[in-house]
Design a protein around this ligand. Structure first.
Ligand code: MG
Length: 375
């Protein structure tokens, strides 16, 4: 049985993802905080019966894959792929000597240990096995001038992983290349050897991410809160608007308390820390800096993590001055900085009925809530 032999998983991540309409191949897009590729690898990494993992990707993405796979103890090589998917698998197979191999799409992130183990057990018994599920649709085949319904009970949709004895799959690849044959999966090459391929129970969740619609909606919420002290001889700047008042807010930057709350909300939604981490007040570069500049920087940081602000709602707590005349300009400043529509940005102001430090006009507080979504 497979327990005495080495088991290698080959994860294919060489697809260009043209159908996603994204500049980044789909396997590198985020899915619940990790990449689709990482989610496709992890069940193999965590399965006790897997010994080695090989990841094959496009030449340009080898460094990125190296970074993404840094923490996986079983990933042995990141291999540059070939022209077609089959060429990529072949490049990886050259690194495999013996035992069993499981070939899996790097864009099938919902794979489970149970499916992997079933395919491996069937491959160990029969030489070749594929994960598959019963076809749900009624399928017709063209024949002659008309068409006929196929027996649905005997039809399966093929998934990955596909498992093979290594000598068998190597022989199948050799034959395919000798004959110039390219298949749509690996099992068909084994089938051409006259060898049976077992069907193992996959799952309907084990889909290949092909288009944007295959990805779940990923909206995240963040909140931020900030307070600055009111003092003489400082300008009062809120949401990038300079407001005539006898006092201003004290701080290392321009002390724009409302934008600070907003930036913390954005960073919080993306789990990227807070503005203190990104713009430390010990750094002279940020002395007196406009918080509008920092907001644009936060937008970039979030974008690098794959997110854009969807909407934001800010509440400024100040006893004085009256802020209503400045609200529209505040909303516009933020919308311009974030590249959103002004209708997605809300700024509200409230007093605290003369209660607390805000009521005593010792300081101004602000809180912000925002949602971000994947771009
Ligand atoms: Mg602050």
């Amino acid at each position: 049985m497979y327990k005495e032999k080495r088991v290698t998983a080959i994860i294919t991540a060489a697809g260009s993802g043209r159908r996603m309409g994204s500049s980044v191949p789909k396997q590198f897009l985020p899915l619940k905080g990790r990449t689709i590729l990482q989610r496709s690898i992890e069940p193999f990494e965590n399965a006790y019966f897997i010994d080695d993992i090989l990841v094959v990707t496009g030449q340009d993405f080898v460094p990125l894959c190296n970074r993404l796979c840094r923490d996986y103890t079983k990933v042995r090589h990141i291999i540059a792929g070939g022209k077609e998917r089959q060429d990529s698998v072949k490049n990886a197979l050259d690194f495999v000597k013996d035992g069993y191999v499981l070939i899996h799409d790097g864009a099938r992130p919902y794979i489970t240990r149970e499916i992997i183990e079933r395919v491996l057990a069937d491959a160990a018994e029969k030489g070749a096995a594929v994960a598959a599920v019963h076809t749900k649709d009624t399928v017709r085949q063209l024949c002659g001038e008309g068409s006929r319904t196929l027996d649905r009970d005997r039809l399966y949709n093929v998934q990955t992983p596909q498992g093979f004895e290594v000598p068998l799959i190597k022989a199948a690849f050799k034959k395919a290349y000798e004959e110039g044959f390219y298949g749509t999966d690996d099992a068909v090459l084994v089938e051409r050897m006259g060898h049976d391929v077992a069907v193992s129970q996959g799952s309907y969740e084990n889909i290949k991410i092909t288009t944007k619609e295959d990805l779940p909606v990923d909206i995240r919420v963040g909140s931020g809160f900030d307070v600055h002290r009111l003092t003489e001889n400082r300008r009062l700047i809120l949401c990038g608007v300079e407001i005539p008042f006898e006092k201003g807010l004290l701080g290392h930057s321009d002390a724009d308390v409302a934008l600070h709350a907003l930036m913390d909300a954005i960073l919080g939604a993306a789990s990227l820390g807070d503005i203190g981490k990104h713009f430390p007040d010990t750094d002279d570069r940020y002395k007196g800096i406009s918080s509008m500049v920092l907001l644009e920087e936060v937008k970039k940081i979030a974008a690098e993590a794959g997110y854009a602000v969807n909407n934001a709602d800010i509440t400024i707590m100040a006893q004085r001055p009256k802020l209503l005349p400045y609200i529209e300009q505040m909303r516009k400043n933020i919308a311009d900085a974030l590249g959103t529509d002004i209708n997605c940005i809300s700024v509200k102001a409230t007093t605290t009925e003369r209660l607390g430090f805000v009521g005593r006009e010792e300081g101004i507080a602000a809180e912000a809530v925002c949602t971000i979504n994947r771009i």
